[in-house]
Every structure is written in structure tokens, then in C-alpha cells.
Design a protein around this ligand. Structure first.
Ligand code: ADP
Length: 482
């Protein structure tokens, strides 16, 4: 190990810095072990101190009570001689020795107690902090005792009264208690370290599993998901959130891939046609004026298709990247519709186009894209309605508790859309492949409705569709008004 306990003690800052970069399980373990150690130390110290004080205090009280009793007896007039302590003058365990000024023992209740001279010699110079300041502490061989001294002037004579109380047992008990508390603290700390290590490892195991799985997830293998732990906790939430994020990413990636392949597929046809015609032109175009005209017309038409497709692709790409700029302003819907329908009527020979109702209403939107949206629906009506068909538009003002709306219905009596296709037509590149559209030579990209629905979304417009095969289609738009 590069850093041992000694090194830690020498460079505590360095070790704490190392801990910052340690694993979460190590951090949790260290933190809780440190807290527990602190608590253990605190409880041990408090327990020790409590016992300490109560024990020594007990000894002090006994000494004081004995001293008071002796003073009481003297007040009663008992003479100080060997008979002074004929009844229990001091509490059991308290030794009393009375000497006169010459040091001669006048009374003592325990003759085995060491002589005063020895006691003086063994008095502790710096008594411990817990000791009563009015008493001395004597350490004599293995025994420890309190020594309280009182000088009295009695019947013209000076006496020195020495009271002793052994505190050896208490001291031994406390020493043992100290050792036990110390050992318990160390043991508790080690146990906390061990338990913390195992428990935090176990708790964090799902995170490690997540890391392993997450490492295996790549763009090519986006189908992997994290295992969701059964417990309803933060880890479960994390796994679920992560999985949802992957779902969204995978969806996005797949959409992107589909978009690219569909776009290339759509571009391939016009390019093939253009190449075919340019071959034809290079072979026969110089001699045959008819081939030349046909070739040029076909190439132009395909190039136009390509241009349209590229425009639409660019529009969607900008929309996806949120770069499509919208200049919103107040738009009078009736004016926009009237203008579009008038232009349509001018160019359409095959269908009748009618604006049945055109109520006034102001919307807040981007004029260019809103027009584009109407055009997409109306162009579709034209494309998918056989010659002689009828296209009608009604724009009706509705006031509802939720707000004011313009209900615009764009109807045709064309080929209609089968119920199973009605949702799908709004997807990118989706085209209903029917023999009728093919036979009619309708050109399309399958992008119109997805562009229209993006524009509607940007303006809070709700789109719904009702359509029946062979009968026709109606697009319902609910445009919020200001
Ligand atoms: P495009 O028209 O370029 O193919 P769209 O996204 O505008 O692409 O439309 C998707 C498909 O929805 C069309 O290919 C067509 O099959 C169907 N569709 C859209 N509008 C109508 C309509 N008014 N009547 C019948 N089918 C329609």
C-alpha cells in the first residue's frame, strides 16, 4: 500500500484529497465509520466521566459527612482521647486519626493505616482534574485514597484531624472501564468499516451493473436496456429514465436512418431517368428532333421533381434541427384562403374548386408556411381526385369556452384513403400505393403531409381527417384565433 496509517497521519490533506476521487462505496463507508467513531468516543468519554465523578463524589460526601459528625460530637463536649470514637464516629470505610501539635497520635480508629510521614511523602503533587480541591490524593503502593485535614482548637489545645477514604476499588474499576470502552470503540469502528464496506457495495451493485451495460451500448447495438431493479428507489428511477432515454435515442436513430435511405431511394428514380434520357439523347438526339424534345422535357420534369424533393428534404431537416425560421404576424385567414382558391381556380381545368364559406378571423402565424400548409392539402386534393371532381373549402368561425377558432374543412370527392392508411399518410415518405394513383401517373414524395403537420404543430393547429375509399377526403383544421 502506497499510503499507510503513518503516511496518513503525516499527510492528512493528501489522504483526504485521495478520498475525494475514491469510489462512492469507500466514501460512504469512511463517512459513516468516522461518524460512528465520533459517537462512540463521545459516549465513552461521557460514560467514563459520569462514573468517575459519581464515584469520587461519593467518597467526598462520605468524608464530609464524617467530618461534620466529628465536629458535632466535639460540640457535645466529648473529650479527645483514645475513647473519642467509642461509637461509630465516622462512616464505615472512613479512617480518622487525631494528632496533637507534636505529631503524637491522640486517637485513631485504624492502627494499620500508614504513618503520617509516609502519607505526606506519597501525596500526589498534581492531583487529577476530577479531585476535590480541598482534599489531597495519596497514592501509596497500590492503594489510592483521599486525605482531608482539619485543624481544631479544642479546650485550649490544637488538634490536627486527618480523615482518609480509600478509593482504590473505584480507581481500578474506572481503569477497567476505560480499557473496555476503548476496546469497544475500536471494535465498533472496525465493525462499522466492515459492515459499511459490504452494505454499500451491495447497495451500489446495481449501479455497477448499469455501468457495464451502458458501456456495451453503441449506435449499432442500441437495443440493449439496463436491468430495472425491483425496489422502487432512486436506482430504479435512474434505470427507467436511462432506458426511456435510450428508447427515444433509438427511435431518433432509426428515423434518421430511414429518412436517409428513403431520401436516397426517392432521388435514385429521377437520377436513373435522367441518365437514361441523356443516353438516349447522345445516341439519337442529334438526328431525331422528336427524341430530342421528349428527352429534354423528361429530363426537365425529373429535375423539377428532384428540386421539389430536395426543397422538402431541406425544409424537414431545418425543422428537425429547429432552424426553420418562422416570422409570425397577424394573418387574416379569409384573405389567405381567398387568394389561394382564386389562383387555383385560374389554373385548374380538370376540377371545380369552390370556397363555400369564408369567415373573417385573425390568426398569429407565419404567412409563408401557413400558405404552404393549405397548398399541400389542396394540391393533394387535386392530385388524388379524378378529372371532373369537386374540391370545396369552408372556413367557419367558432367560439368555444376554450377560445375562438377557425374551423377550416378542405374536402374532395377523390379516391379517398383507407382507414388503415389514414394515420400513416402523415409519416415521412409514406405514400398509399394504389393502382389508381400509379395509372394516373401522380408524382409525389410522401413528404407533403409531414411538412403540413409540422407547420400545423408550430401554430397550434389541430388536424383531423375523415376519408372513405372511393368517396373522398376531408381535412379538418382547427386554427386558434387571436
Ligand atoms: P405525396 O402526396 O407527395 O405522395 P403526402 O405526404 O402529401 O405525399 O401524402 C401522402 C399520401 O397520402 C399520398 O401519397 C396519398 O396516397 C395520400 N393522400 C394525401 N391526400 C390525399 C387525398 N386528398 N386523397 C387521397 N389520398 C391522399
Amino acid at each position: 500500500m502506497q499510503f499507510g496509517i503513518k503516511a496518513w497521519l503525516r499527510h492528512p490533506r493528501l489522504m483526504f484529497a485521495r478520498l475525494r476521487y475514491a469510489q462512492i462505496s469507500t466514501k460512504i463507508t469512511c463517512f459513516y465509520a468516522a461518524v460512528l467513531l465520533l459517537v462512540l468516543i463521545l459516549t465513552s468519554v461521557l460514560t467514563g466521566l459520569g462514573v468517575f465523578f459519581s464515584f469520587y463524589h461519593q467518597a467526598e460526601v462520605e468524608l464530609e459527612m464524617s467530618m461534620n459528625h466529628v465536629l458535632d460530637v466535639m460540640e457535645q463536649g466529648r473529650s479527645i482521647d483514645m475513647d473519642f470514637g467509642r461509637d461509630d464516629i465516622v462512616l464505615p470505610g472512613v479512617v480518622l486519626r487525631i494528632t496533637d501539635t507534636t505529631g503524637q497520635i491522640v486517637f485513631e480508629n485504624d492502627s494499620h493505616f500508614p504513618p503520617l510521614r509516609r502519607i505526606e511523602e506519597n501525596t500526589v503533587k498534581n492531583p487529577p482534574f476530577w479531585a476535590n480541591k480541598n482534599m489531597r490524593v495519596v497514592q501509596f503502593r497500590n492503594a489510592t485514597f483521599y486525605h482531608a485535614r482539619m485543624d481544631v482548637d479544642y479546650r485550649g489545645k490544637i488538634y490536627q484531624m486527618h480523615f482518609f477514604k480509600t478509593i482504590t476499588a473505584e480507581k481500578h474499576f474506572l481503569e477497567t472501564l476505560q480499557k473496555i470502552l476503548f476496546l469497544m470503540t475500536i471494535l465498533g469502528f472496525l465493525l462499522a468499516l466492515l459492515a459499511g464496506f459490504f452494505v454499500s457495495r451491495k447497495i451500489l451493485q446495481p449501479i455497477r451493473d448499469m455501468i457495464v451495460t451502458a458501456r456495451k451500448i453503441e449506435v449499432e447495438k442500441m437495443d440493449r436496456r439496463l436491468m430495472v431493479p425491483p425496489a422502487r428507489d432512486e436506482l430504479m428511477e435512474l434505470a427507467e429514465t436511462f432506458n426511456h432515454m435510450l428508447d427515444r435515442l433509438e427511435g431518433g436513430f432509426k428515423q434518421q436512418q430511414r429518412f436517409v435511405s428513403d431520401a436516397s431511394h426517392e432521388l435514385r428514380t429521377p437520377v436513373t431517368v435522367i441518365l437514361g434520357y441523356s443516353d438516349l439523347l447522345s445516341r439519337w438526339g442529334r438526328e431525331d428532333a422528336e427524341v430530342l424534345d421528349e428527352g429534354i422535357a423528361a429530363i426537365r420534369s425529373e429535375a423539377e421533381n428532384m428540386q421539389q424533393l430536395i426543397e422538402k428534404l431541406l425544409f424537414l431537416a431545418r425543422a428537425d434541427q429547429k432552424r426553420q425560421v418562422l416570422h409570425k404576424e397577424n394573418i387574416e385567414i379569409s384573405e389567405v384562403l381567398a387568394d389561394i382558391i382564386k389562383k387555383m381556380q385560374l389554373v385548374t381545368k380538370e376540377h371545380t374548386v369552390e370556397l363555400l364559406q369564408n369567415d373573417d378571423g385573425l390568426m398569429y402565424g407565419d404567412l409563408v408556411t401557413v400558405r404552404q400548409m393549405f397548398r399541400i392539402f389542396l394540391d393533394n386534393s387535386q392530385k388524388y381526385t379524378p378529372a371532373g371532381g369537386r374540391i370545396t373549402v369552408t372556413s367557419r368561425y367558432v367560439a368555444e369556452p376554450q377560445g375562438k377558432f377557425m374551423q377550416v374543412d378542405l374536402s374532395d370527392d377523390g379516391i379517398g384513403i383507407a382507414p388503415e392508411d389514414q394515420k400513416k399518410v402523415f409519416e415521412r415518405f409514406y405514400r398509399v400505393d394504389t393502382s389508381r394513383t400509379k395509372a394516373k401517373g401522380v408524382s409525389g414524395t410522401g413528404l407533403g403531409l409531414s411538412i403540413a403537420s409540422w407547420i400545423a404543430e408550430q401554430h397550434g393547429i389541430e388536424i383531423s381527417m375523415s376519408s372513405e375509399l372511393g368517396k373522398g377526403t376531408t381535412i379538418h383544421l382547427r386554427i386558434p384565433l387571436i
